[in-house]
Write a protein that binds this ligand. Sequence first.
Ligand SMILES: [Mn+2]
Length: 302
Amino acid sequence: MTRSAKAWGLSPTATELAKSIPAWLDLPEPRGFRPKRKVRTVWVSDIHLGTRGCNAEMLLDFLASIECETLYLVGDIVDGWRLSRGWYWPDAHNEVVRRVLKMAHRGTRVVLIAGNHDEMLRPYAGMSFGGVEIALEAVHVTADGRRLLVTHGDKFDGVVLYARWLAFLGDKAYEILLRTNRWFNKVRRWFKLPYWSLSAYLKKRVKNAVQFVCAFEEAVAHAARDMDVDGVICGHIHCAEIRQIGDVTYYNDGDWVESCTALVEDHAGAISIVDWAAICFEEAFAKAEKAEAEPVRIKEDA
Ligand SMILES: [Mn+2]
């Protein structure tokens, strides 16, 4: 029996037991360690790498928090339109690419569906780069056997009648709105406030925008019904949603420019929206509350 075991009054069997526990178990956990949430599938789209509006840090944070069998990048991942007008590529955008390649390397199946802002990838459909499969569309089968069409969604633009607002999507006014959102959140960061999307908030409250979103969702669902699938998963309009339209379930994974949302499928086949901005917001709020719970001396006015 070792001296320390004697000092602690441990029986030899307890010492033997302690010895059988691997040494690495005692090592401190790496800083910022979080257990990864295990899901079956993850869908993200409209990351718009190469633009200032891209919330790459939030996306990295989300991807680091999750482990999945399949990752779908549902279009507008790299913004080729923006990059053709001027190069913007900070380190965080490289990190996103590295993180995705790392996931592919570690066994996640990664499927990249080309969108309209990354249409330059469309000729490469059917090929695979560094473990990332490029495709125009895909059919995903859920754990409970439902067939879902996965497509970016821009091809349904033409069917939507609220074309005026649609023009707005690719327009200067929308760019100004996104820029305002960026500055707004920069100021929030100075005050140590978490991310909150001004543009997503406004979009939900502008009547034309709401009408456009509804019309788009219905157009997508109708097209999907004709394709004989149980549901459709898309992005493009930067508006996360899960909605039953007739006998088709409409899913939209949102975006990482405004709302910072994704779709995840659990191992039973249930699909839900992850609102990462809201989760970060709540975490920051809980942290602040905990800090405030420390005893504070109350000053009384005379
Ligand atoms: Mn798009």
